[in-house]
Design a protein around this ligand. Structure first.
Ligand code: FAD
Length: 386
């Protein structure tokens, strides 16, 4: 169901109001201490925003992806960092389309009530990198369970999630015709698995992202936790990945709008040589350019979300949305820092934090080069380069 922008006004207002109760010094403190913003995540959960995509019959709000995009954009636009919980929304891209009825009845109502969290997405591995089909984590069926062995890296929020969507190989790469075949997705009960085949090691990074490394050693996963059919997992995670790319695009639009508002206000108020710095074209042109890039990228995010909500193919649009929005937010961040001169470096202006945070989205969930490879090969039909 496509949603018009004016229908989302109430959603945007309510999210903005909630975010306003978490002032910037809250984000400064959590960032400084690399502390999980549990209070913020709880407030979003209780307000029902993190279960926005879950259909009403399972206790959620049953909103389309366009609404989820508006929610995440507002969070970022307020100066907050939604990365602490955005995966609870985008993992639904895989769950709603590919989990069976029994799995949905088991998990979705509890997720909607906020009693269960599904915000870990275990795909990336240290040796495979972007080449997902080369992952080595393997699941072998033994009766009514799978025995899983392997390692994941950059599994964000693993310490703050009850469940994880895990991608593993169920048929060796040499035994399949296409390398994307033979991969399967599992729902892993992380609390039950912790120290019984699953261990988690946090990775400290330049941003407050609660990201981790996961070691899997003879972990037993019940066969009923297999999502869809064995061997088709790559297709299932792609649905989650498209949702993720569109939503991260929306977050970048929110970041860009935060940088633009901050820079415009400062350029109007800061006086040097007896006049506002924003009167100089050397200052106002980069702001205008960043604004134009942001508005153009926002249209692509909107289009990708509309295609996704209509159940139509949206791979190119989801990738372009993520890339254009990530570039726009980085352009806006760089412009905002430059506009603030030395003060842009001061923690209390929050620019340096948002600058670090928004940089991630040119690397994750997929790096810019790989988006370009995708467009070159699949849209422009140029030779595959990798
Ligand atoms: C903070 C953070 C959080 C993350 N959270 C998650 C998560 O929750 N779950 C998860 O599964 N993953 C997560 N990731 C992983 C993320 O998706 C990957 O880092 C990203 O996809 C890039 O993979 P890589 O780091 O292995 O880079 P690599 O694949 O090693 O690539 C390194 C560089 O080489 C370039 N490159 C590689 N191959 C080519 C090519 N053929 N042509 C041109 N350039 C190429 C890339 O563009 C990149 O710039 C996270 C990463 C970070 C940093």
């Amino acid at each position: 169901m496509p949603v018009r922008e004016h229908d989302l006004g109430e959603v945007r207002d309510a999210v903005a109001k909630l975010c306003a109760t978490f002032p910037m010094d809250y984000w400064r403190a959590t960032d400084r201490e690399r502390r999980y913003p549990a209070e913020f995540v709880r407030a979003l959960t209780e307000a029902g925003w993190l279960s926005c995509l879950i259909p009403e019959e399972y206790g959620g709000a049953g909103l389309p992806l366009a609404a989820a995009a508006a929610i995440l954009e507002e969070i970022q636009k307020s100066g907050a960092n939604g990365a602490a919980c955005h995966a609870q929304i985008y993992t639904m891209g895989t769950v709603l389309r590919h989990c069976n009825e029994a799995q949905k009845r088991k998990y979705l109502p509890e997720i909607a009530k906020g009693e269960l969290r599904l915000q870990a997405f275990g795909i990336t591995e240290p040796s495979a990198g972007t080449d997902t089909s080369s992952i080595r984590t393997a699941a072998v069926r033994k009766g009514d369970r799978y025995i899983v062995n392997g390692q994941k890296v950059w599994t964000s929020r693993a310490e703050h999630s009850d469940l994880m969507l895990l991608l593993a190989r169920t048929t060796p790469r040499e035994a399949v015709q296409k390398k994307t075949e033979g991969l399967s997705v599992f729902i892993v009960d992380m609390k039950a698995a912790l120290n019984k085949g699953l261990s988690i090691r946090p990775i400290r990074t330049m941003i407050n992202h609660a990201t981790t490394e996961i070691f899997i050693d003879n972990l037993e996963v019940p066969a009923e936790n297999l999502v869809g059919e064995e061997g088709n997992g790559f297709r299932y995670v792609l649905d989650g990945m498209n949702a993720e790319r569109i939503l991260i695009g929306a977050e970048c639009i929110g970041d860009a709008r935060w940088f633009l508002a901050k820079a415009t206000a400062y350029a109007n108020e800061r006086k040097v040589f007896g006049r506002p710095i924003g009167q100089n074209q050397g200052v106002q042109f980069p702001i205008a350019r960043a604004y134009m890039a942001t508005e153009a990228a926002a249209l692509m995010v909107e289009r990708a979300a509309a295609l996704y909500d209509a159940g139509r193919p949206c791979g190119p649009e989801a990738n372009m949305a993520k890339q254009l929005a990530a570039e726009a937010s980085w352009q806006a961040g760089d412009m905002c820092l430059q506009t603030h001169g030395g003060f842009g470096f001061a923690e209390e202006y929050d620019i340096e934090r948002k600058f670090r945070e928004t940089r991630l989205y040119q690397i994750a969930p997929i790096s810019t080069n790989l988006v370009l490879c995708y467009i070159a090969e699949h849209v422009l039909h140029l030779p595959r380069s990798y």
